[in-house]
Ligand binder design. Sequence first.
Ligand SMILES: Nc1ncnc2c1ncn2[C@@H]1O[C@H](COP(=O)(O)OP(=O)(O)OP(=O)(O)O)[C@@H](O)[C@H]1O
Ligand SMILES: [Mg+2]
Length: 446
Amino acid sequence: MPDIIHLLPEYLANQIAAGEVVQRPASVVKELLENAVDAGATQVQLIVKEAGKQLVQVVDNGAGMSPTDARMSLERHATSKIRSTEDLFRIRTLGFRGEALASIAAVAQVEIRTKQREYDTGTLLLVEGSQVTSQQPTACPDGTSIAVKNLFFNVPARRNFLKSNAVEMRHILDEFQHVALANPQVAFSLYQNELEVFGLPAGKLSQRIVALLGNGYKEQLAACEEVTHSIAVKGFVGKPESSKKSRGDQFFFVNNRFIRSAYLNHAVLAAYEGLLARDTHPFYVLFLELDPKAIDINVHPTKTEIKFEDEKTVYAVVRAAVKQSLGLHNIAPSLDFDGDVNFAPIRPLRTGKGTGLVPTEADDHLPAATAADRAASSDGYRPDALAASAAAAPRRPRPACQQGHRASPALIPIPAATATSASCRRVLPSRPAGSWKLSTASWASP
Ligand SMILES: Nc1ncnc2c1ncn2[C@@H]1O[C@H](COP(=O)(O)OP(=O)(O)OP(=O)(O)O)[C@@H](O)[C@H]1O
Ligand SMILES: [Mg+2]
C-alpha cells in the first residue's frame, strides 16, 4: 500500500489553527483590543460594520511597530511578549502566544497601518488568507490601526455558521465590556455602522462601570477590598437588592485578564448567602491580583479559563472580601436582640487604608487614582457617601426573626446571651481590639 501521510499546505494548517482562536467577529475584537492595551495605548477606537462580519477595526495610539515587526507580527508563534519558558510563568501581558494575528490573517483580509513615534513614516501591510500582498511606507499617526475585513471570506462553511447580526453584536459588546472594565485608565470608543455607541473617557473603575452598564449602578456599588500576602481582591459588588434575574453583569479579572470561573462565582454567591431573592444573581466586578507564578493562563485556547495553584485560598479570600464589603455597607443580614435596648449600628474608628472604610476605594488599583481624585469623584461615588446612602435607602424586607434592633454582624462581637435567635447570629473573624466602636451618630436604626 502506498504511503498516505503528507504535510498539510501552510494555508490549510493556518486555517485549522485559526479555528481555535477565531470563532466569530468577537474573537477578533478581543485579540485586537488586547494587543492595543499591551501596546500601552491610552486611546483605543473599535469600529465594526455588519456586526463585525464586514469589518472589525481597532485603532490605537500605542507603541506601534517597526516595518520588520509589522511583517513579523503575522507569523505564527511570533511575539514580542515572551522569550523563554520562565517568561511563561511571569506573564503580565494579555497576549503571549504570538498566534492571534497569524490566525486572523489566515481567515480574513487584513490591513495594518502602524508607526512608532521615532519614525517619520509608518508601514502599510495588506494580507489576505495568510498571503502578504503588499507592504509599503505610508503616512499615518503614531500607533496602530488593524482592519479585519470579510471574516471567513475563504472558509464559507465557517461564515455560514455565524449567527444573526444581533447575536454577533452581543458577543462583540461582551468583549468590549471586558477590556474596557479592566482598563478604566484607557479611553475607549465603539462605533457600530458609523454610529458611536460608546465613548468612554479615561477615569476610575466606578465611573467606567456606570458609563458602560448604566446610571442605575451609581447607587448600587459596594466597594470591595481584601489584601493578603498572596492575593489582593479589589473591585465592586452590587447591593443585594440590585441583583437581577439574568446572570449578565458578573466579571472576574485575574491580573487584569477577564476569566470565567464557576468556582469563584460560587465563592461570591456564598458571601451573599441569605441576602438574595430567589433565582436572582448579584452584580460584581472583581479584580484578583496574584503572583503570575501562582496561576497558569495557558490552559485554554482563548485564555478565559485559568488554573490557580491554590484555589482554595483564592476561594476563601474572595468570599471573605465580598462578605466584608456587604457588611461594611450595612447590607449583610441583621441581628436581633431581646428587649428594648436600641442597639445603634456601629462604625469603625479606623479609617485608614485597608479598613475598607473611608478613604479606601477599590479604584486604588488604578495608577492614576489619587486621594484628590477620589474626593473629587465626578460620579459622586465615595465610600462615605455610600454609607450615608445605605442609611437613606429603602431597606430590603427582612425575615421576621431579623426585624428587631439591629447591628451589622461584620462589625460587632455579639454576646451569645443577648442573641434571640442562634440562626441569626454570625460568627465573624476577630478584629484587632479597639478597632470598632459603638456610635449613635449616624446609620439610625429603622
Ligand atoms: N496594536 C499593536 N501595537 C503594537 N504592536 C502590536 C499590536 N498588535 C500586535 N502587535 C505586535 O505583534 C505581535 C503579535 O501579535 P499577536 O496578537 O499575534 O500575538 P501576541 O499578542 O504576542 O500573543 P497572543 O497570540 O497570545 O495574542 C505582538 O507580540 C506585538 O509585538
Ligand atoms: Mg495578541
